[in-house]
Design a protein around this ligand. Structure first.
Ligand SMILES: Nc1c(/N=C/[C@H](O)[C@H](O)[C@H](O)COP(=O)(O)O)[nH]c(=O)[nH]c1=O
Length: 363
């Protein structure tokens, strides 16, 4: 017989394993327990397919009668692509439900719980809640703001440079760190870089993990359409590429990119308005955006305070260079007191590097 938290951890681990493949739905796991035995397991595997509870209760069969179910997100109560899970739980004879996090959608939040309680089922909310909220932070943010959760990522040397003055940056961080980056590419719906990164690095911006992984949609911020036509992101057909320009770009100049399969959107007259861009991406159900720089782009996201998380990989190298690139460009603040206060939420070592994750302080 395990503790309640052990069963919820198991459900959370199944949900963690599906991160990146369920968007635009959240990652959800469910475990059915009867008299101390695990009799059913399930996770939501793909948008439009069965929810975690459906898989777990189907696996339990008759044993669901009088059992407990542990689920990482409040069971749905509305008829979506599948019948509501709250009804399925009621008809299966389950006697108590443990829920880690309630549904963030104000239209449905609490309704599933109420239906279960009205049917005489015991409902316990909050088991491993913080882990469940962290797991679906992209989804929760998107439901609330209708714009993507933005993660800025940089890779720097011990003396704070992202590239040598020559522009060379291969490689600053270790294989292990760069592999870690690809897990995050898989978990984000879209990836964004500025055109200078395209010109300098000619990246693919694809997810290259040993076991595969989902390629994010590639967003290139390129005011004056300077992306080379032979760039990998234009020619490799590995993933959708959207080039964001300002409205001064002539329509005929967009045609070769559109013929190559790219989408070119013009969002504003001068510098790209990031909040406008994020609303545009949100309208395309892009729930999470991974921004790999460069410094001008990071500088804009910082100035606009338009991000939720900052990941820094620091490598044990010193390269010097007054003119070497750093993580954040832009005009910067005049006084330190105007700087953005952050909370460091984790520090870990990866290979020979360290990885620091920080989030803006909530005031
Ligand atoms: N130079 C480094 C990075 N450089 C990141 C660049 O912005 C660009 O994404 C790279 O060229 C990756 O290309 P591709 O998309 O994998 O083909 N990022 C890192 O994490 N470490 C480094 O050392």
């Amino acid at each position: 017989m395990l503790k309640h938290s052990d069963y919820m951890e198991l459900a959370l681990n199944m949900a963690k394993a599906t991160q990146g493949q369920t968007s635009p739905n959240p990652a959800v796991g469910a475990v059915v327990v009867k008299d101390g035995d695990i009799v059913g397991l399930g996770a939501h595997l793909k948008a439009g397919e069965g929810h975690a509870e459906v898989h777990a209760i189907r696996a339990a069969g008759e044993k669901a009668e009088g059992a407990d179910i542990y689920v990482t997100l409040e069971p749905c109560s509305h008829y979506g692509k599948t019948p509501p899970c709250s009804q399925l739980i009621i008809s299966s004879g389950i006697k108590s439900v443990f829920i880690a996090s309630t549904d963030p959608n104000p239209l449905v939040s609490g309704k599933g719980i109420q239906q279960l309680r009205d049917a005489g089922i015991q409902v316990h909310v909050g088991e491993c809640q913080s882990e469940a909220l962290e797991l679906n932070k992209h989804f929760f943010h998107f439901i609330k703001h209708k714009t993507p959760y933005v993660t800025l990522k940089t890779a720097i040397t011990l003396d704070g440079k992202t590239a040598a003055p020559s522009g060379d940056s291969k490689w600053i961080t270790s294989e292990e760190s760069r592999l870690d980056v690809h897990y995050d590419r898989h978990r984000h719906d879209a990836i964004l870089v500025g055109v200078n990164t395209i010109i300098r690095d000619n990246p693919h911006l694809t997810t290259r993990l040993p076991q595969g992984g989902k390629n994010p949609i590639r967003i290139i911020v390129d005011n004056h359409l300077r992306t080379p036509l032979d760039a990998n992101v234009v020619t490799d057909n590995e993933s959708k590429t959207i080039i964001v320009t300002n409205e001064s770009v002539k329509e005929e100049d967009k045609i070769p990119f559109m013929e190559a399969g790219c989408e070119v959107i013009s969002l504003s007259l001068s510098r790209i308005d990031l909040h406008h861009l994020l609303r545009e991406l949100g309208s395309r159900s892009i729930q999470s955006l991974y921004v790999e720089g460069g410094s001008a782009v990071h500088g804009s996201f910082l100035e606009e305070r338009a991000f939720q998380e900052f990941i820094m990989y620091m490598a044990p190298k010193l390269i010097g260079g007054r003119d070497a690139f750093t993580s954040f460009g832009g005009s910067g603040v005049a006084a330190i007191t105007e700087g953005l206060e952050m909370n460091i939420v984790s520090i870990e070592s990866i290979g020979e590097d360290i990885k620091i994750v920080a989030v803006p302080k909530k005031h």
